[in-house]
Unconditional design. Sequence first.
Length: 303
Amino acid sequence: MHAPHPDAAELEILADLLSGGRICLLTGAGMSTESGIPDYRGPDGARRVQPMTYQEFTAGSDSRRRYWSRAHVGWQRFAASAPNAGHRVVAALQRHGFADSVITQNVDGLHQAAGAREVIELHGTLSLVRCLTCEDRTPREVVEQRLAHLNPGFAARVRTGEIRPDGDVTLAEDDVAEFVLATCRVCGADTLKPDVVYFGENVPKDRVARAYEAVDASRALLVLGSSLSVMSGYRFVRHSRKAGRPIGIITRGHTRGDAEATHRIDAGLGESLVALAGLLGLDEDFGPVVDGEYATGLPLGLT
């Protein structure tokens, strides 16, 4: 699938806006699709993948076994994802003083890997695992090593399907049933959960407050790769509109915030951001831009 090319006139306008500095960037799943991580929704805004909800996850051990068996198999492919040209442009915009804050709805850590600093991760991070019983937190790699020990050869043996936005894959029910869950090494409960905000769960209030502070300290809000379908991101667009700040959106397809946007580009994100960087005089090698949905050779797919 080929993304439309960005409108040159709109890019010039956004470059002029960015040239004044103090821009807050709000990024969504479209930021990482060119790194091979699929999103929940297509350009038409329709949900293509049904995520596990918080209520399902906390319902019992069987639900957690279903999540962790699939996540364990998909983790190595997910963790191998690398920042794309768009992530590197965002880091450069910060480094050169055009953007101050980065608020992301993504949980993949690719902004930080590209060099962005003080990123506000609205929905948390997959790199940590939290125990819902005692609140202990453990690095994801440590939990993955324990799962591999408890389930020797599982990832290589099972029949895998497509990878999903949160890094898990589809598995046959028989394979899920044999998976052994890891328990918390502090309290012994099997309530280990990736330290991310699931559907049906609220973003922590202090994190939301920090994001509002970042938005209020900015001259304008630039949304990158988000359909704004969920309120966790859309609220910052509404807030900026009420404050009279310019709002730019670059993403493929319709967004919930189109009516509030003062500037809108419907085009591939990597190509648009690299072109924007050029207009701002950032003469750097941001890496290849792929005209399509995915930029890596990882074996990814979608239902």
